[in-house]
Write a protein that binds this ligand. Structure first.
Ligand code: SF4
Ligand code: SF4
Length: 434
């Protein structure tokens, strides 16, 4: 448990760091990078304004009001402001912690709390239960019920988020976890041993991406160990303000992957990668520092790893196509991995890479933000889609399942020609079968 001294009007448990707020010098460099400030023009919905709100709570000048709670949830946690900030202020993380505070200060009613606990504390930490929960959705698609529902337009009668969530669902295949071998041996000259972190959303929504990630890694000379017991990385819990369950999951995964004794811990999901890289901070009070440092030193996004060790291009098949690239916020802003995916795209034979404007501007997904704020999300998405359209590329490449869902849905709604591919799917097309 993260017990600290009480900070102003925050509760003692899981308050933001006061020093983080003091670093803001109110210069405003972050303002043009913030999607919610661009949408509203409102100071309180800007990084600077949010930090000022949190600081006022910390200094007993403001109660933890409804406005603070609203801003905590209206922040996309896209971290674009952190990239822009000369003082390294992390407004997104401060707001993430304020979400946890809002649950401590004004808990949900019985039904809301039970539902939240079921999803965050029962379902997400249990890969078996999570996989079984997808069976009704697969039957819904296979038995033609989806076709009937969509053609009857029944979902238009309910809340907008249900219609959007249903429309975003990709064609669901059987879960990947039971199908993947525990060990996939390296091909050719061996370059190391990686532990592959199976992300829940990626393997449930886009199992083909992770299948290709394992295949590409093996082809690139890595033994791939896939621990089947891997649990959710904790990102949804941090996003929804349940830091305690996030810590329990982090402790489990840290132990599991350190025992596996691998050279690298690799993920193909930007959100999982950001979360794994932040275990060091999340578990600072609970875990041994050397173990935290060791774990952190091994975590890589798959694109970061392949670019850093050098992509082996001999034997790759040409993929004659043009692509543009959308940078997931949790890859470029949270992990600082920005150039590596572009380098890989340019190295795939036959691929013509076309840079888009504002590639690192959020797509408007941000976990459940795109459902909670569907109108604002649509505006953020429209800006992204017009930048995609201007490239006239055949495919839109990205590297995070949340972005993938939002962009694929947006492109379809807009009747645009592009499809969305994860970079590993594209590299998988270039990688010969053996
Ligand atoms: S958060 Fe950073 S960039 Fe924004 S006003 Fe404060 S110091 Fe300047
Ligand atoms: S994390 Fe994103 S939405 Fe939140 S304050 Fe920073 S730029 Fe704005």
């Amino acid at each position: 448990m993260n017990k600290k001294e009480k900070l102003g009007n925050f509760t003692a448990e899981d308050a933001p760091e006061y020093e983080d707020m003091l670093q803001c010098m109110r210069c405003g460099f972050c303002l043009p990078t913030c999607p919610t400030f661009a949408l509203t023009g409102r100071e309180r919905s800007s990084p600077r304004g949010r930090v000022a709100l949190a600081r006022a709570v910390a200094e007993n000048k403001l109660e933890f009001t409804q406005a603070v709670k609203e801003e905590a949830y209206f922040c996309l946690d896209c971290r674009a402001c952190t990239t822009a900030c000369p003082s390294g202020v992390r407004a997104g993380e401060v707001m993430e912690i304020c979400r946890s505070q809002s649950h401590q200060q004004s808990p949900l009613g019985h039904i809301g709390r039970s539902f939240r606990e079921f999803i965050l504390q029962r379902m997400l930490p249990n890969p078996d239960l999570l996989e079984k929960s997808m069976l009704p959705a697969r039957l819904y698609q296979r038995l033609g019920i989806q076709w009937l529902v969509r053609h009857s337009k029944a979902l238009k009668l309910g809340p907008a988020w249900i219609d959007k969530a249903e429309g975003m669902m990709p064609k669901l295949d059987a879960p990947l976890r039971p199908q993947l071998p525990e060990v996939t041996p390296a091909l050719g000259e061996k370059r190391g041993k990686v532990g592959f972190f199976l992300g829940c959303i990626m393997t449930l929504m886009y199992p083909e991406v992770s299948r290709q990630t394992v295949r590409v890694l093996a082809h690139q000379g890595f033994d791939v160990i896939t621990p089947k017991e891997t649990k959710c990385c904790g990102a949804p819990h941090l996003n929804e303000g349940d830091r305690q369950t996030a810590r329990e999951l982090a402790l489990f995964n840290l132990d599991l992957f350190l025992k596996a004794d691998v050279d690298y811990i690799v993920t193909d999901c930007a959100g999982c990668g950001a979360s794994l890289k932040e275990y060091e901070e999340l578990l600072a009070e609970e875990e041994d520092h050397q173990r935290l440092e060791l774990f952190r030193s091994k975590v890589r996004d798959v694109q970061e790893l392949l670019c850093d060790v050098g992509l082996r291009t001999e034997g790759l098949k040409p993929v004659k196509t043009s692509v543009t690239y959308h940078e997931p916020c949790h890859l470029c802003h949270a992990q600082g991995v920005s150039n590596q995916p572009r380098e890989l795209l340019k190295a795939i034979p036959g691929v013509e890479f076309r840079e888009m404007n504002e590639a690192s501007w959020c797509c408007g997904s941000a976990a459940t933000w795109g459902l909670k704020f569907s109108d604002e999300s649509q505006q953020v998405l429209d800006r992204k889609l017009s930048n995609v359209a201007a490239t006239d590329a055949e495919h839109l490449v990205t590297a995070n399942p949340g972005c993938h869902l939002q962009l694929a849905w947006g492109l379809k709604q807009a009747g645009m020609k592009q499809d969305v591919l994860h970079l590993m799917e594209l590299l998988g097309r270039a990688t010969p079968e053996v």
